[in-house]
Design a protein around this ligand. Sequence first.
Ligand code: FMN
Ligand code: EPS
Length: 393
Amino acid sequence: MIRYLTAGESHGPQLTAIIEGIPAGLKISEETINVDLARRQGGYGRGGRMLIEKDEVRILSGVRWGESIGSPVTLSVTNRDWVNWQEKMSPQEQYRDDSIRVTRARPGHADLPGAMKYNHRDVRNILERSSARETAVRVAVGSVARSFLDEFGITVSGFVVELGGIRAEKNGISSERLREQASRSELATYDAEAEQRMKAFIDAAREAGDTVGGVVEIVVSGVPVGLGSHVQWDRKLDARLAMAVMSIQAIKGVEIGLGFESARRPGSQVHDEIYFDSSRLAGGGATGFFRNTNNAGGLEGGITNGEEIVVRAAMKPIPTLYKPLKSVDMLTKEPFEATVERSDVCAVPAAAVVAESVVAVEIANALLEKFGGDSLAEVRRNYDGYLEYLRSF
Ligand SMILES: Cc1cc2nc3c(=O)[nH]c(=O)nc-3n(C[C@H](O)[C@H](O)[C@H](O)COP(=O)(O)O)c2cc1C
Ligand SMILES: C=C(O[C@@H]1CC(C(=O)O)=C[C@@H](OP(=O)(O)O)[C@H]1O)C(=O)O
């Protein structure tokens, strides 16, 4: 079972994660993690902060000579912007300066409920941690989970499928080609024509001082039948995926497979009919059972059914706008219009990478729960034994 915690403020010295439960013998490298960190930083529509940061991970424990040793893995990502905030974010009392308190709570942020809950008169004590800067180190954690999944031929891909009401069309293209096209896109989408219109939408929002949200889709390929369980609410893999994805800043909706659309259709147009073809087994497939549709998004009863897992998430528009929103000063109770120095206009492509990462952690966890072992070799033995059994089912 993988557990992890993150720590760190947006303008503090660094973000840190400690991951517990990575089996021994897994190849983990800073270079591999950095590829995912760079992917998260990219994407059309981001603001000035991304010009300052160049995220690179440091592995501080749990890895020796390129492989996990079974002890907790500590990862850290430096905040380059911290040099500009050393005194304002200092842990030392001598730097206290009440004149720089932030007392104007921004709508759509954790600012006001957080300040009220934690008895703060300075919103900075809330916003520093509620910021999505934290997702940098979550992506580093996800990257380790991905390396683990790679060992079992499981891939996790994220796409922007809708932005500003513009939908990306798959047009019958194979999953592999979709991934390839998305990897070349500034918006992590696979539809070049839709991408142009999406970019124009972002440009128009920026001009208008407004912001943009969208929908991301995460596809997990190569998952065996039988991860997750129907027997208890907190073992259902669909529930765990929903929680993980919903925990990402600004995500307001999660659906699996057809999701909300399934509520609009009759049952005959929703459920994926079951077929069997023994030649699939002869051809090296894991099982002879198959479906011609995947409206369930790879999950039935909280258990993987061997089809691709498909999770979609709705991201609200970035809450800090150049076009001011009304709010009230926490101390004076006077109304004001929230102003902003810098902010993203759109971070949907970044959210796709973050969602990939949190999904990867949940899938890795479900795999470890079923095939658990303290070393990669042990997990693999358990996995191979199960696959062997499945072929005879
Ligand atoms: C990758 C990413 C980047 C974000 N960038 C910004 C930003 O620049 N400005 C902003 O106001 N919110 C940004 N957000 C959203 C806020 O962090 C989020 O809306 C806020 O913390 C409130 O949390 P909630 O929307 O989950 O309720 C970003 C979110 C993500 C996932
Ligand atoms: C730093 C990141 O995203 C930040 C998330 C964020 C927020 O309020 O969530 C606000 C912005 O930070 P700042 O206020 O420093 O400009 C974004 O840049 C990042 O993704 O690495």
